[in-house]
Ligand binder design. Structure first.
Ligand code: AMP
Ligand code: MG
Length: 398
């Protein structure tokens, strides 16, 4: 059986980028830069005041010195007044530094004598409270490489350069398919009949996909009937770049997904991975489309989404290689756990708000979806390994 890494590598080998598009900045959140981000103007773009106060010649501004206020320089205005010897210019945060000035004294360090005279309380150093042109970055400087994640902070940096659109990797069209006679849509008006359960995976997977910055996602469902599953798979493969199936991929009589995929001409690249939960995971291809077959048990579907689907989608969307997998946070374990099995076990749990502790939640069984409600991290425990309270573990944010 393939290991998680081997399976992921096999999937990465099949995936190439989906191409590039130009988006308005406001809609680019969650995408990846399609080219490097190079500043075309410096930041700050001109010397400016870091404080509300007075621009001065620093040599003149010793403790007790009296200076004439020669005028005022507002933010957002071109230079309006010079700072001559023994003079000061009233300035506000972000205002251009008047010609002749070499420091800013903050208003708290100044005594107002009358409407055009001040006394300096504390002497100041050359350059004090001036934000110098280019001290953040210069024009031409690369601020982020191609493939960087477009966070809200990145959008701020792009906007500071006056960019209102950005070239990004395209997002895939995703179809989520669920199968199972026992499943009922959450919007159903009818009471559940004995043996029925709600189709939680459809909603969970839709949320997971949207969390990757993808809007083009739709979920459809079929009962365990060969023709219906075949139509479901065929319909999805004809429109989607990524098909995410949940349920029907193990070996039960009613597991019709493999047969439907074979019938649709999809080639199985891998089936079954040495992992708990999630062993029946399957990956197939038809043309450029990827098919991820996740086990139906909700925790298995959740874990395998994070282990295999999300990294593959990130690669497809043009993410730089070092961000295909999320970085881990180091936390101390709250609780003790021994993996007596032969497969690595991914514990699902919660990092404490204080950030430094991780606690596995609930019974750690593949069907236990209630325990997922507060989950925000996963920890891998190798076969035969025991991890104890206080021990440091790598937590993968989910
Ligand atoms: P399967 O992989 O189809 O054999 O399903 C394994 C378990 O997961 C069964 O208990 C199913 O009822 C459950 N299951 C399958 N699909 C879903 C779904 N979409 N939502 C919630 N539970 C599911
Ligand atoms: Mg089923």
């Amino acid at each position: 059986m393939l290991s998680v890494d081997q399976a992921r590598d096999a999937i990465f080998r099949e995936i190439s980028g989906g191409g590039l598009e130009v988006l308005p900045l406001g809609t680019a959140l969650g995408r990846y830069l399609g080219s490097e981000f190079r500043a075309h103007r410096a930041s700050p773009d001109f010397d400016q005041s870091a404080m509300d106060g007075y621009a001065v010649r620093h040599d003149d501004a010793f403790s007790g010195a009296e200076l004439i206020v020669a005028g005022r320089q507002a933010a957002g205005r071109d230079l309006e007044v010079e700072c001559g010897p023994k003079c000061a210019v009233r300035v506000f945060t972000g205002a251009p530094i008047p010609l002749g000035a070499s420091a800013v004294v903050m208003q708290e360090d100044v005594e107002q004598l009358d409407s055009n005279r001040i006394r300096i309380r504390e002497s100041c150093r050359e350059g004090e409270f001036i934000r110098f042109q280019g001290e953040d970055h210069c024009a031409g400087q690369v601020l982020a490489p191609m493939g960087s994640f477009i966070s809200a902070a990145m959008i701020g940096a792009l906007a500071s350069q006056g960019l209102d659109q950005v070239r990004v990797g395209v997002a895939p069209a995703v179809r989520i398919l669920t199968t199972g006679d026992e499943l009922v849509d959450v919007s159903s008006e009818e009471e559940l009949r004995p043996g029925e359960i709600y189709n939680s995976n459809a909603k969970m997977l839709e949320g997971l996909v949207k969390g990757l910055g993808i809007n083009a996602v739709e979920a459809t469902h079929a009962n365990d009937e060969p023709g219906a599953v075949r139509d479901l798979v065929e319909g999805a493969l004809s429109v989607a770049d990524m098909v995410i199936l949940a349920g029907g991929v193990s070996v039960g009589d009613r597991d019709l997904v493999k047969a439907a995929l074979d019938g649709a001409g999809a080639k199985t690249i891998l089936w079954r991975v040495n992992v708990r939960p999630g062993k029946p995971f399957l990956y197939a291809r038809r043309g450029k489309a990827s098919v991820f077959g996740l086990p139906g048990n909700p925790v298995s579907a959740f874990v395998t989404f994070h282990l295999f689907v999300a990294p593959a989608i990130r690669k497809w969307m043009g993410a730089a290689q070092d961000s295909w997998l999320p970085g881990a946070c180091v936390c101390r374990l709250d609780g003790t756990y021994r993996n007596r099995g032969t497969r690595p076990h991914y514990l699902t749990g919660q990092m404490s708000q204080k950030g430094s502790y991780f606690r596995a939640l609930g019974i750690q069984q593949s069907h236990a979806i209630g325990s997922l409600a507060l989950v925000n991290g996963m920890v891998r425990v190798g076969p035969g390994e025991e991890v104890e309270t206080g021990e440091e573990v790598d937590v993968f944010p989910v």
